[in-house]
Design a protein around this ligand. Structure first.
Ligand code: ADP
Ligand code: MG
Length: 384
């Protein structure tokens, strides 16, 4: 369906046909605000992604058509060629970062692309876009760029061409994702490990509050400062080797109670517990124990709401509703102050839960939440 739509535009704009590549959006099952504390995140690629038909065009220019936005762009490989359309800057950025990393081996190409990752809903449509093109160009030109570097090319694209200072998780998940697996990434060492995720009898569904509170970026900076303050206090309390909250055990945090503000203490408490919860969820998955996975998700929500204080009434409402319906696990996904909850729901509860959530959320907040069922799927790949 998507493939046909893309091919139709490819033919219309460029004639003939090219190769098809795809990549994916992502969820993060657990591990929030852990990345900048040297801890773990636990993402997976999903069955919503980006697809592109691409062919080298024998020139040093790129012509690209966005099927969804009904727009096209053309650019060369010099900084001053940067396109003005924001969607095209992601592709331009990938090209420029490949050149920075590999030298002038890049060649011009024609492409048409489309996707079904909801924009700005927390599933990282931008990473899906970057990784589709990074993967495709590496593959078509035989550049031999390793997967981590492909993810970094996407990350640097966001930093240098899109004004988004993101971490590595989104691009990592989009490139490394595999059907039936979540990936625990150690944000300090960048070591990673796949864990089986086969929730037979359950579904994963995101409920999008469709709100974004303006607090987000200033609050984010304050949270980071709190974490750094506690690290400094723990270091000064006789643990000079401590680098991140990742290194702080609960008893070490206890030693600085009274030396840091009650607020900073609470923030650190959340992060330290959250890093441990990722490990606990991985252990639970190895036992196929989805009950524990769900319980940890609720703990995360509670921590984000009461200790880290990055939730909001809409997200707390959706979380309470999940609990009332007997949903196995539910929590805010992403940085907070809006966006989605991620829910692990037994099959037989699913319809009832969704119906109730839509009805009651709309009655309370005046608009319906959006519903996004997701299945853990493959990341960047060539389509045969
Ligand atoms: P997200 O959280 O989904 O990554 P971002 O704001 O980071 O949200 O990225 C969204 C941007 O990515 C869009 O504004 C657009 O420029 C680009 N994008 C995402 N999906 C598509 C698509 N299907 N077609 C064209 N551009 C897209
Ligand atoms: Mg993004």
């Amino acid at each position: 369906m998507m493939k046909e739509k893309i091919h139709e535009q490819f033919q219309k704009h460029f004639g003939g046909s090219g190769d098809f590549y795809a990549s994916a959006g992502r969820i993060n099952l657990i591990g929030e605000h852990t990345d900048y504390n040297g801890g773990f995140v636990f993402p997976g690629a999903i069955d919503k992604g980006m697809m592109a038909e691409i062919r080298l065009n024998g020139t040093d220019r790129v012509r690209v058509c966005s099927v969804d936005l009904n727009d096209s762009a053309e650019f060369g490989f010099r900084e001053e060629d940067a396109p003005s359309a924001s969607w095209a800057r992601y592709i331009f950025g990938v090209c420029m970062e490949i050149i920075k990393s590999r030298g002038p081996l890049l060649k011009g190409f024609d492409a048409a692309f489309a996707g079904d990752v909801p924009l700005g809903a927390g599933m990282s449509s931008s990473a899906a876009l970057e990784s589709t093109f990074a993967f495709a160009l590496d593959d078509m030109l035989g550049l031999g760029i390793d997967k981590f570097e492909l993810a970094r090319i996407g990350q640097r694209t966001e930093h240098n061409y899109c004004g988004v200072k993101c971490g590595i998780m989104d691009q990592f998940a989009s490139i490394f994702g595999k059907a039936g697996s979540l990936i625990r990434l150690d944000c300090r060492s960048l070591e990673y490990r796949y864990y089986p995720f086969h929730p037979h009898g359950y579904r994963l569904v995101l409920l999008d509050s469709a709100v974004k509170h303006e607090l987000a970026s200033s609050a984010y900076n304050r949270r980071r400062t709190s974490c750094e303050t506690v690290v400094a206090a723990v270091k000064a309390a006789g643990h000079p080797w401590v680098e991140f909250l990742r290194d702080v055990r609960p008893e070490m945090l206890e030693e600085v109670r009274g030396k840091v503000s009650a607020e900073d203490y609470m923030r650190a408490e959340y992060v330290i517990e959250e890093i441990q919860r990722v490990i606990d969820v991985c252990d639970a998955l190895e036992r196929d124990d989805y009950g524990t996975v769900g319980a940890k998700m609720y703990e995360t929500h509670h921590g984000m709401s009461r200790l880290y204080e990055v939730s909001c009434p809409e997200l707390d409402f959706l979380n309470d509703l999940a609990r009332e319906c007997g949903v196995t696990g539910s929590r805010v996904m992403g940085g907070g102050f809006g966006g989605c909850t991620i829910n692990l729901v037994k099959d037989n509860l699913y319809d009832e839960f969704i119906a109730k959530a839509v009805r009651e959320y709309a009655a309370r907040f005046g608009h319906e939440p959006k519903i996004y069922p997701v299945v853990i799927s493959d990341g960047a790949r060539k389509l045969e």
